[in-house]
Design a protein around this ligand. Structure first.
Ligand code: GLU
Length: 513
């Protein structure tokens, strides 16, 4: 028999990384064994449903490249894959259990239950349904229900003995039945609880492995009893450990408790996030960290999960993203840059974007960007017909802070030195000319380059200057440099003796080239 695993999210918002990691592990396991990966929407708690969740869930899976074989939109042999469209199946199971005296109708009101809890608290008894309606005559209960009295249906747990189930990564787990109360399986609104819906659907969809967070462990003995009462073979249970924040506590928003789509928006590569998530709590060996999707599919095994909680290490994710960014082919990377730029560049920039331009600057920034979201701020000037002249202070690099009045004449001299190169506007002659000029003027080369960089790009931190100027082209580069000269001259007239106060030197940029 081939394996069948499922991802069964509730539509309560965007899937978070912990939830998706479990889905990813299931997907990898199914793919390695050539089985099926099923998407099922668990929308039986209508009060918690968030509009648009299914779309966001599907977008998250698609972005990560986790295609599914059966699901709400694509259907499949076990559909429908949305629980609210499967109500008759839950009712059929409930009727069967009522008829077999494995379940009963409960008419306790919220007020009754509150009172019961208070009594339990006062007398130091464990919480849980005390079983008042268990003793009702079933026929009488049925006629009260027919008369329209509000009620739920509870499953009859055995009062004595114990229930043991096998968790694939933790081994056998046993619960005493007396601590397990008669849980609600069908709610008063006619919708099933998770307990009933999970059992009915995982059986009906022939799911072989139920992978879910370990917060479900205490519910599992109930599920096992329910499977048994319905005459179903239970699946293999795999309860995945929680992901902890770096401080050992719960994941916080800053450290990973974010949705997958947040990571997409921040500019992470899906390959990097997949790799990163797959190895939180699973390892191929003692040292391998970078594993492509194919390598993960070939080697991942649920049976080898570590049951101990693992930590979310944001720095490692960032590092890993950089590794993937640098390992992509230039063509692939340029395609992703172009796609991202299409989203991020302002509407004034003509579409479709100039693909040749993206191809030209991609090699210049491959080593410099850690996130796709950094590309537009770093390269927007390539797409602009004009850049606004930056604040005068931006032009002044460290070595010129005490003599900013040299800025305007130096930039003017740079224009004069580069004008004759318009016909051979390439990296090497540009660099040679500017280095020679710096020497002639007695300026630190980096100070002169900063003037040109900020003039041409509007920024202090850019791709390598001369390559950048080559791509921008002779006429626009020279025009931008010319436009900056009067601004610098006005800010730092050559008779002004004072230095720029508080000039910030970012220290980055293209020092040295
Ligand atoms: N709908 C449940 C949840 O989102 C799924 C648990 C499970 O995978 O069985 O928590």
């Amino acid at each position: 028999m081939t394996v069948r695993l499922r991802y069964a999210p509730s539509p309560t918002g965007d899937p978070h990384v912990g939830n998706i990691r479990t889905a990813l592990w299931s997907w990898l396991h199914a793919r390695r064994l050539g089985g099926a990966f099923v998407l099922r929407l668990e929308d039986t708690d209508q009060s918690r449903a968030v509009e648009g969740s299914l779309q966001r869930i599907e977008d998250s899976l698609r972005w990560l490249g986790m295609e599914w074989d059966e699901g709400p939109d694509e259907g499949g042999p076990y559909g429908p894959y949305v629980q609210s469209e499967r109500l008759e199946r839950y009712h059929e199971a409930t009727d069967r259990l009522l008829a077999a005296d494995d379940a009963y109708r409960c008419f306790c009101t919220p007020g009754d239950l509150r009172e019961m809890r208070e009594q339990q608290r006062a007398s130091g008894q464990p919480p849980g349904y005390a079983g008042r309606c268990r003793a009702l005559d079933p026929d009488e209960a049925a006629s009260r229900a027919t008369a329209g009295e509000s009620h739920v249906v509870r499953f009859k747990m055995p009062n004595e003995g114990s229930t043991t189930f096998e968790d694939m990564i933790r081994g056998p787990i046993t619960y005493e039945n007396r601590v397990l109360d008669d849980f609600v399986m069908l709610k008063s609104d006619g919708f099933p609880t998770y307990h009933l819906a999970h059992v009915v659907d995982d059986h009906a969809m022939e799911i072989t492995h139920v992978t879910r967070g370990d917060e479900w462990i205490p519910s599992t003995p109930r599920h096992v009893r329910l499977f048994e009462a319905l005459g179903y073979e239970p699946p293999v249970f795999v309860h995945t450990p929680v992901i902890l924040g770096p401080d050992g506590g719960k994941l916080s928003k800053r450290h990973g408790a974010k949705s997958v789509l947040d990571y997409a928006a921040e500019g992470y590569l899906p390959e990097a996030l997949c790799n990163f998530l797959a190895i939180i709590g699973w390892a191929l060996d003692d040292s391998t960290e970078i594993l492509s999707k194919d390598e993960l599919i070939a080697s991942f095994d649920l049976a080898r999960l570590n049951p101990a909680p693992a930590t979310f290490d944001t720095e490692k994710l960032e590092w890993m993203n950089g590794v993937y960014m640098r390992s992509l082919s230039l063509g692939d990377l340029a395609g992703r840059f172009a796609q991202r730029l299409d989203d991020d560049l302002p509407a004034e920039v003509a579409r479709p974007l100039d693909a040749g331009l993206v191809d030209a600057f991609t090699p210049l920034i491959q080593e410099r960007v850690k996130l796709l979201s950094e590309v537009a701020p770093m390269t927007d000037f390539f797409f602009a017909s004009d850049v606004e002249v930056a604040e005068p202070g931006e032009f002044i690099a460290r070595g010129m802070r005490k003599t900013p009045e040299r800025a305007a004449p130096a930039l003017k001299a740079a224009v004069a030195a580069l004008e004759p190169l318009a016909a051979e506007w390439r990296t090497e002659p540009l660099e040679a000319a500017l280095r020679a000029l710096a020497e002639e003027l007695g300026l630190r080369a980096g100070d002169l380059f900063m003037l040109c960089r900020v003039a041409v790009t509007g920024k202090r931190i850019t791709p390598p200057l001369f390559e950048t100027m080559e791509i921008v082209g002779a006429a626009p580069s020279l025009a931008r440099m010319r436009a900056a000269v009067p601004v610098l001259a006005a800010a730092y007239p050559s008779d002004a003796p004072d230095a720029v106060e508080g000039g910030e030197d970012a220290g980055g940029g293209e020092s040295g080239s």
